[in-house]
Write a protein that binds this ligand. Structure first.
Ligand SMILES: [Zn+2]
Length: 304
């Protein structure tokens, strides 16, 4: 059996790509479910005649397991719409295995990156969104897609379900400290844009990984990232060897343990998070997305 490969080049990856994990599904409103493979998480909605699925999970096997879980939860309705929360393969890489003929909705920047990436199994975007706010009405479902600017990956969009008071934002603020912040978090504006979502009315936050949280958990998640940013800068002032893992880990555990040790995964992850964040300050960011005016990103470089 040969699976869609994403960007893998070795046959050894087939076992990983084909694995179909057990999915955990939870209904969180009359028309919205959340689903997790034990690590990544997303949502899907029941429309009048079809299903609207956010994201795809990160392998063909996971996409098929997602499809089966949707069919079990909403029998008789096919996935006709897939909305990409951002460009990354571990969340949105395998729409071809989830629903080959669905309409694919994504932000313009996400669509451009996917067009250039040419990853096997990552379906191209068929409906491109522009701007920071799009009011959607799909098959009887009304919700708002928001892109305040770069937070994570390329062309990130969050979904706000005003009536159900639910916010979904993939791979951003977590209810724990279990993320290392590889260069996919755009720190220049990250906390500012994420805190902006607190101006909306919602009670339940669905992150792109791990468990759900509430407004207090979301605020603590923002506080945590901000605190690591502050202590990463202080590390320069105290001449910590910022490129070395153990000294950075020890430094931030000492500084932040009192406030944040209760966050799951704190001790195991805060060191690598800080190591990534100090390099944001060392180098000034990772590209156009880490500038105060990120709207120039790929502005006229790629045609869809
Ligand atoms: Zn991501």
């Amino acid at each position: 059996m040969s699976e869609n490969r994403g960007k893998f080049t070795r046959d050894a990856a087939q076992a990983y790509l084909a694995h179909e994990p057990e999915m955990q599904v939870e209904k969180i409103s009359d028309s919205i479910w959340t689903i997790s493979d034990g690590n990544c998480r997303t949502i899907f909605m029941e429309g009048q005649t079809s299903v609207i699925a956010f994201d795809t999970f990160g392998t063909p096997g996971r996409a098929r397991a997602y499809k089966k879980a949707v069919a079990d939860s909403i029998p008789g309705k096919a996935i006709k719409t897939i909305i990409y929360s951002h460009d990354h393969l571990d969340h949105c890489g395998f729409a071809a295995d989830l629903s080959a003929d669905a309409e694919i909705i994504a932000d313009e920047i996400c669509a451009k990156v996917i067009k250039l990436r040419q990853a096997e199994g990552q379906s191209q975007v068929t409906k491109v969104l522009n701007g920071s706010k799009n009011e959607m009405s799909i098959d009887g479902c009304k919700f708002t897609l928001l892109n305040p600017g770069p937070t994570h990956g390329s062309g990130n969009i969050s979904a706000w379900f005003a009536e159900d008071k639910i916010l979904f934002s993939s791979d951003t603020v977590l209810a724990n400290a279990k993320y290392g912040f590889v260069p996919d978090y755009h720190l220049c504006n990250f906390v500012k844009f994420m805190r902006g979502f607190l101006e909306l009315e919602w009670d339940v936050f669905v992150p792109g990984r791990y468990g759900l949280t509430d407004r207090a958990g979301f605020e603590k998640g923002c506080d945590y990232i901000e605190a690591v940013q502050i202590e990463s800068q202080n590390a320069f002032a105290e001449f910590v060897p910022i490129w070395a893992f153990e000294p950075m880990k020890g430094y931030v555990i000492n500084k932040l343990g009192e406030r944040f040790a209760d966050l799951e995964g704190f001790e195991d992850h805060v060191g690598q998070t800080a190591l990534r964040i100090v390099h944001h300050y060392l180098m000034g960011g990772w590209g156009l997305e880490d500038t105060p005016e990120p709207s120039v990103l790929l502005a006229d470089e790629v045609e869809l």
